[in-house]
Each structure stands twice: as structure tokens, then as C-alpha cells.
Design a protein around this ligand. Sequence first.
Ligand SMILES: *[C@@H]1O[C@H](CO)[C@@H](O)[C@H](O)[C@H]1NC(C)=O
Ligand SMILES: *[C@@H]1O[C@H](CO)[C@@H](O)[C@H](O)[C@H]1NC(C)=O
Ligand SMILES: *[C@@H]1O[C@H](CO)[C@@H](O)[C@H](O)[C@H]1NC(C)=O
Length: 233
Amino acid sequence: MARLLPALASQFFTLSILLSLLTSPATGESYGFAKAINRRELRKEKFSHFRLYWHDILSGRNPTSVMIVTPPQNSTTGFGIVNIIDDPLTEGPELSSKLVGRAQGFYALASQQEIGLLMTMNFAFTEGKYNGSTISVLGRNPVFHKVREMPVIGGSGLFRFARGYVLASTHTFDTKTGDAIVEYNIYLAQSKRLGKVKPNVTESTQIGIVGFASADIALRAEAKGTSSSKEAS
Ligand SMILES: *[C@@H]1O[C@H](CO)[C@@H](O)[C@H](O)[C@H]1NC(C)=O
Ligand SMILES: *[C@@H]1O[C@H](CO)[C@@H](O)[C@H](O)[C@H]1NC(C)=O
Ligand SMILES: *[C@@H]1O[C@H](CO)[C@@H](O)[C@H](O)[C@H]1NC(C)=O
């Protein structure tokens, strides 16, 4: 019996392999919701370089960068701070120069050894043919290093299938206010053909407005409800 067991086990093993081969998905699976894209559409790539200036304004009456999480403990590196940003992106280093888009997202101070930010932001372009197109930047930004490199992990509109990197270098930093102007050099590879298809900006904008409006109405109704219930009680 003791000898039989290993033999039985090996037979069972062979059988299970055979069964798994029979039941494993064979080639030629088809799904109604999936379709291959012609490779030629993707193969043609275009490479571009953009230079923009990123304005992180913490001071004044209209800051574009707002701290939403304060550090949970005393830290020399600000570890734990999170800022939400809607930072102007301009053609030149002056804020008054041409606005080409906005950097929207957040950065978090994620290093305990030095001031090191986790950047998570979309560059939403508003200028000319780039209006409505975005690129997504996600990476590590040790702000006191001369040049910081971060990946571009994707894009939309003209930047569909984009990948690449940015090189960020501080142009000016105000130690009193924390305001910073940073030069961003963006290097992108993107699909030449797919990028030509115009993004459906108007449609999504309309959906956005409808969403906001209904949310606003719901909030107002809620506010009314609470005030009337207060009056009643
Ligand atoms: C943080 O630092 C301040 C001033 O240096 C001190 O008063 C406070 O007790 C510290 N808090 C903690 C949690 O260490
Ligand atoms: C960008 O597109 C939006 C929506 O289509 C439009 O309202 C806006 O005027 C455009 N901006 C520029 C600078 O072309
Ligand atoms: C863009 O929006 C229009 C109007 O809603 C719609 O008819 C069209 O199919 C959309 N195009 C794409 C590519 O989604």
C-alpha cells in the first residue's frame, strides 16, 4: 500500500496535467468587448520636447497650492504633508507670460531623509491644438536636487499612448512663502496617428457641467432640509 501511493500520486498528477491542458483556454478565444488595434496605428511615433514653467503659489489671496494634510508628527522633512495643486503652466518663467495649461493633482512629502515629494499630477493643456489634451506625471521629486526626473505615464487627446519623462529644475524658490517656479522640460513619445483624432472635449465638458449642477442642486436641497428640520425642532 505504501508503495502504491506514490504511483497513484504520479498518475493523478499526469491526469491533472492532461485535464488542465484540456480545460485551459485554447487559442482563438473571442470576446465581444475586445478588439485588436491595427499595429500600424501605434507604430508611427512622434517625439516632442516641451518647455514650460510650473508656478506653485502658496502665498497671497489666491493660492494655487493648498495644504490639505498637515504633518502628523514633528518632522524636519515635512513628512506627511499633502498639497492639492492647480498650478498655472506658462510659456516663460514669469506668471504673466502666456498660460498654456494647468498642473492639477497633488504632491505629498513622502521622504523622511530629505524633502522628497511624490508628484501625482495631470498637465491639462489649454493652448491651441493642445487644448483639452493631457499628460500624466507621476514620480519622485527631491526638490532641492538640481534636476529631478519623473516619468510621464500616459496621456489623452493628442497625447494618447504617450510615454516619456520630465526634467524639473527650480527656477526660483521663495524660502519665506514657499512659492516656487519650476522649469519643466518634457520629453514625449506619442502615437502619431491615434493622436490626430480629436478628443471629445465638448461632450465631456457638458457631462461635467450637468454633474456639477445636479450635485449643487442636491446640496442646496440638503441644506434646506436640515435648516427646516432645525426650525421644526
Ligand atoms: C513639536 O515641536 C514643538 C516645538 O518645537 C513642540 O512644542 C511640540 O511638543 C512637538 N510635538 C511633538 C509631538 O513632538
Ligand atoms: C479650449 O477649449 C474649451 C472647450 O472646448 C474652450 O471653451 C476654450 O475657449 C478653449 N481655449 C482656448 C485657449 O482655445
Ligand atoms: C463625440 O461626441 C459626439 C456627441 O455626443 C458623439 O456623437 C460621438 O460619437 C463622440 N465621438 C467619439 C469618438 O466618442
